[in-house]
Write a protein that binds this ligand. Structure first.
Ligand SMILES: Cc1ncc(C[n+]2csc(CCOP(=O)(O)OP(=O)(O)O)c2C)c(N)n1
Ligand SMILES: [Mg+2]
Length: 577
């Protein structure tokens, strides 16, 4: 039976922080309290606070009642943002993690609650995002017995283990703090990524001696000096170097910028690598030109990227030496053995490379003018083919401040944004990586906006993707999150529909949509909601929305079918032909 708080009880899930300031560690008198018994849930929550987490995105239920009791107790330092569906909670944590680069947590009940959050957890894994899932469990003694407890699922731990690299079952108050600290360390050590902690309904509330560890020491990473020297020699001698950035380069923007200038190397970013080098830098290129440059390069420096598209679509031959920088040693040779493999975080490794390079680097002619011209030529080709998408993207860019965040979606405008939306700063273009799950956009953007209240966040969705998590508009209202959401409404799973038209003889199936009136829908929650016809009206609506950051805004943009972007994304082989 779910317990309801008495009506007079004060709800502690307001976005406003009350009480004392958030500290990384508990204060002196509370330290003393640590010698006293705590519940397992209190130890987990206090450990999150000791790691500077300030929010848990969550949806309650009986298995987690004692966790919520602990969240209530610590609510002056850790906010609970409750959502309307577990996928909303998990995507919000993902958005917070991607927008800040810092760990974010969500809490859900076992079985259906956990499975409802699974697409977001999967996407956290795909985007190497430090998301901590706190997942309830049935009574500890009955785990694995298949008795049919509420929300029981066969081998929940086994399912979780397939989704994350680190998970643990908390079985006592004593184990709770250390397990939380270990999970948080694992999430940020080596290749970052999600972790999960399970705790049984009868363990969360157990009282016992507990500790509240602060951040655990991370294993020291030794830089392989000889590998740095070999990389510097290869790169230094390169005539046509190219840098390819993925999500793993997001925290090394200064270093990538300096390397690009030193080597006169163009920098390719697509999806998760966008914004590492400012799009206004002429050496910053996107996909189609990047492919041409891949075809011409003699040395590629690949930073925090899987290189799947490059190796599998664009091809490789002996004339191209690839130097890889990756936090995950398994990644280097998954497809091809690199010329040099550098393992670790991009920032220190690129700094070491920058220190070593001047001794080896030949002089190269500047490439800015050439890149500006070639980029302009591609831009013109895209403008001709993708005019409707680019006009909307221009309107958004014109109004979104340079540090504003755009969250893309699996929609026509999103595909075009990955190719052509100018991105000026790291972590200001959030893209879901290789999972590309339809429906991630709105809730992920809500989490990004919640975690970065200092900058405006704009989400773009199709009518299909938006309705996956549109009920979280209630969350935006409840927690006053001033996200601006643009819904491009073509009455269809447009991308699927176009493929059916073009490749399957117009045999349309499962791709037309019956939609609500999105403006009425938004208003019914209490959001600002307007309809904007065309790019000019979108720009005006966006300007107004960004000026009024009191409430969430929904802008519906009715659109027709859009031209296909695929010729610019799935491009043919260019090497090793
Ligand atoms: C979770 C998930 N389910 C299905 C898909 C397949 N899919 C990709 S795009 C798309 C249609 C998107 O429709 P909409 O959001 O309206 O955008 P539009 O293509 O119309 O611009 C679908 C169903 C997916 N990427 N992810
Ligand atoms: Mg659509």
């Amino acid at each position: 039976m779910k317990k309801n708080r008495p009506a007079k009880a004060k709800s502690r899930s307001s976005p406003r922080r009350r009480g004392p300031r958030l500290d990384s560690r508990l204060r002196g008198n509370e330290r003393k309290a640590l010698a006293q018994p705590m519940t397992a849930a209190e130890a987990v929550v206090a450990t999150l606070i000791a790691h500077r987490l300030d929010t848990v995105y969550a949806l309650p239920g009986v298995q987690n009642d004692f966790l919520f009791e602990a969240l209530f107790k610590f609510s002056d330092r850790l906010r609970t943002i409750h959502t309307r569906h577990e996928q909303g909670a998990a995507y919000m944590a993902l958005g917070a993690a991607l927008a800040t680069g810092k760990p974010a947590a969500y809490a859900v009940v076992p079985g259906p609650g956990f499975l409802n959050s699974a697409a977001a957890l999967l996407t956290a894994y795909a985007t190497n995002a430090p998301v901590l899932a706190l997942i309830g469990q049935i009574p500890d003694a009955d785990i694995g017995k298949a008795l049919g407890h509420l929300h029981e699922i066969r081998d929940q731990t086994g399912i979780i283990k397939r989704l994350v690299d680190h998970c643990a079952l908390i079985r006592s108050p004593k184990a709770a703090g250390p397990a939380t600290a270990q999970a948080l360390r694992a999430m940020q050590t080596g290749r970052p990524g999600p972790a999960a902690l399970e705790c049984a309904i009868d363990v969360w509330g157990k009282l016992g001696p507990a500790t509240v560890p602060g951040p655990l020491a991370k294993p020291a990473v030794k830089i392989d000096v000889s590998a740095i020297r070999r990389a510097a020699k290869r790169l230094g001698a390169a005539k046509r170097p190219l840098i390819v950035c993925g999500g793993g380069a997001q925290d090394a923007a200064d270093e990538v910028t300096a390397l690009s200038a030193l080597l006169q190397a163009p920098v390719l970013g697509f999806r998760r690598g966008r914004g590492v080098l400012d799009s206004r830098d002429p050496l910053s290129v996107t996909l189609p030109l990047g492919r041409e440059l891949w075809g011409e390069a003699d040395v590629v420096l690949a930073v925090g990227t899987r290189l799947l598209m490059q190796y599998r679509q664009w091809g490789i031959d002996r004339d191209l030496a690839v130097i890889r920088v990756d936090a995950d040693p398994e990644e280097h040779a998954r497809l091809h053995k690199p010329a040099v493999a550098l393992t670790g975080d991009a920032k220190p490794l690129l700094n070491a490379l920058l220190a070593e390079l001047p001794a080896h680097s030949i002089k190269r002619p500047p490439r800015q003018a050439e890149m500006a011209e070639r980029q302009a030529a591609w831009r013109a080709r895209m403008a001709e083919k993708l005019a409707p998408q680019l006009a909307f993207l221009d309107a958004i860019r014109a109004e979104l401040p340079e540090d504003g965040i755009l969250v893309d979606e699996v929609t026509q405008i999103g595909f075009a944004a990955r190719l052509a939306f100018p991105v000026y700063k790291p972590r200001t273009f959030l893209s879901p990586g290789f999972q590309d799950p339809l429906g991630w956009g709105f809730a992920t953007a809500l989490g990004a906006q919640h975690a970065r209240p200092d900058v405006p966040v704009v989400a773009i969705s199709g009518d299909g993707g938006f309705l996956f998590t549109a009920t979280e508009m209630a969350t935006a209202i409840r927690h006053r999150i001033p996200l601006v959401t643009i819904v491009f409404n073509d009455g269809a799973f447009g991308n699927v529909r176009r493929i059916q038209q073009e490749r399957f003889g117009n045999r349309l199936i499962g791709s037309d949509l019956a939609n609500p009136d999105f403006v009425t829908f938004g208003k019914s929650f209490g959001a600002e909601a307007v309809r904007a016809k065309g790019p000019a009206e979108l720009r005006g609506a966006l300007r107004q929305a960004l000026a009024n950051r009191e409430a969430p805004t929904l802008i519906e943009v009715p659109v027709g079918p859009m031209p296909s972007p695929w010729e610019f994304i799935f491009m043919p082989k260019i090497r090793g032909i």
